[in-house]
Write a protein that binds this ligand. Structure first.
Ligand code: PHE
Length: 446
């Protein structure tokens, strides 16, 4: 059977942007920035996106497109009998870890959407939103239902194949989400006490930079937000034909993704300070902050409804790119149908998510890595370890395994002028060295 392909370059762009923009920009960016002190973290994150993220993203796309295969197959095709394919297996493991917790948080978003749909969140529930959210996530059953519902939708989209569904949906919903976020940001900065929030986000507190874990957090967040280092973008690149040009698409995706994160920060941090919520509240930050904003603003109930609808769609266009990674591999390797692969693999990821979800309540005293709960541990291993490590291998492959001419050809940089040398320098030296230093210093070796 012939491999599937995008219908157009726009289709590819939308799908890749859909993958990048998701809960990572809104939910994860704000809580990780909050935990890591705000301003200085933001600068690090931006530097990593520009110097490492975007150049390595171009590399990841180009490996997939050159090989026209899945995460493991691509390396085996381009470098037979060499160990590069290990990155492919790491990507497969990583896809399970990421979708495991991602679908849980997406389930929370669905639950919020439902509460706006039936108007029960139009006004604060007795005890406030924070308490209501706490009651919800510690319940052993209800979050599992919403998480399951989200997973079923993800599976259904993935089993219809790459060309349909999301490719069309993102065309309308992504711009709408951007406009809505800008409007919310404009409202949020008028809240009383908003200035504190803006200062927190934009005024660097340099002393934070003495802590090596902040670098790892910013690096992990840059990778997570760009969907980079797992092989999702490689798989998406593999459905692109060789006559489309990659560099402009890559830069567009990187900038768009960063824009969404910053605007989300401008929505959330003023509200965090206006409502006296601690920026270090962790993964529940947006879920306890945003409803308060919606409650205060005119027509806020409707705005909340639209917001959570769009957030769920943004999460969906990311989750399908995660499930697509093992699905593409199982289809090629074991000859499974798309339907069977999506259903089986998606269900396994759901089960992994059940542990993450129960870790919020019944199993909340289980800590796996350091003092991290189950979800926190999955997030840490996947985003702060596997993704940057995957990115390191991708950078080494394109920078060192490929010759200069091969690398320029595969990335459509051959006629790109001097910038191509800068790109290659970043991929060959800057990205690997920075990632290595950050890893070593975070485990205390440097
Ligand atoms: N980038 C996605 C988001 O921001 C999440 C994701 C991570 C998707 C890794 C694919 C791979 O929500």
């Amino acid at each position: 059977m012939a491999r599937e392909k995008w219908q157009s370059k726009l289709g590819f762009m939308l799908a890749a942007m859909g993958s990048a923009v998701g809960l990572g920009n809104i939910w994860r960016f704000s809580y990780v920035a909050g935990e890591n002190g705000g301003g200085a973290f933001l600068l690090l994150y931006l530097a990593f996106v520009l110097l490492i993220g975007i150049p390595v993203l171009l590399s990841e796309f180009s490996i997939g497109r050159q090989a026209q295969s899945d995460v493991v197959g691509s390396y085996q095709k381009l470098a037979p009998k060499k160990p590069w394919f290990i990155q492919g297996y790491m990507g497969l493991i990583c896809s399970f870890l990421i979708l495991g917790f991602y679908s849980v948080v997406a389930g929370w978003s669905l639950y919020y959407f439902w509460n706006y749909l039936n108007t029960s969140f139009f006004n604060a529930p007795s005890g406030g939103y924070e308490a209501a959210f706490g009651t919800f996530i510690t319940n052993p059953v209800s979050p599992l239902f919403w998480h399951g519902l989200f997973m079923v939708i993800t599976i259904l989209v993935v089993l219809t194949g790459v060309k349909d569904g999301i490719e069309r949906a993102s065309k309308i919903f992504m711009p709408t989400l951007a406009v809505l976020l800008i409007m919310l940001a404009a409202y949020s900065v008028t809240l009383e006490g908003a200035l504190e929030g803006l200062k927190f986000l934009f005024q660097p507190n340099w002393s934070i930079l003495e802590d090596p874990s902040v670098y790892l957090a910013a690096l992990g967040q840059a990778f997570f937000s760009l969907s980079l280092g797992m092989g999702g973008m490689m798989t998406y690149g593999s459905y692109l034909s060789k006559d489309e040009s990659l560099p402009s698409a890559t830069v567009g995706i990187g900038l768009m993704d960063t824009f969404f994160a910053i605007i989300a920060g401008v929505v959330i941090f003023p509200a965090v300070f206006a409502f006296n919520i601690s920026p270090e509240s962790g993964p529940n930050l947006v879920f306890i902050t945003l409803p308060g904003v919606f409650e205060q603003m005119p027509f806020g109930g409707i705005v909340g409804l639209v917001f959570f609808f769009l957030l769920c769609l943004a999460a969906l266009s990311s989750s399908i790119s995660i499930l697509e990674v093992p699905v593409a591999y199982f289809m090629r390797k074991f000859g499974w149908s798309r339907t069977l692969s999506s259903a089986v693999l998606g269900s396994l990821m759901y089960l992994l998510g059940v542990a993450a979800s129960l870790g919020m309540g019944r199993w909340s005293d289980v800590t796996l890595i350091g003092d991290r709960d189950i979800m926190g541990s999955m997030e840490f291993v996947a985003s702060d370890v596997f993704l940057p490590l995957g990115g390191l291998i991708i950078a080494l492959f394109v920078g060192w395994h490929w010759s200069k001419a091969e690398a320029f050809e595969a990335t459509d940089m051959a006629s790109a002028g001097p910038i191509r040398h800068i790109w290659r320098f970043l991929v060959k030296f800057v990205a690997p060295v920075c990632i290595a230093i950050i890893f070593l210093s975070s485990v205390g070796i440097l």
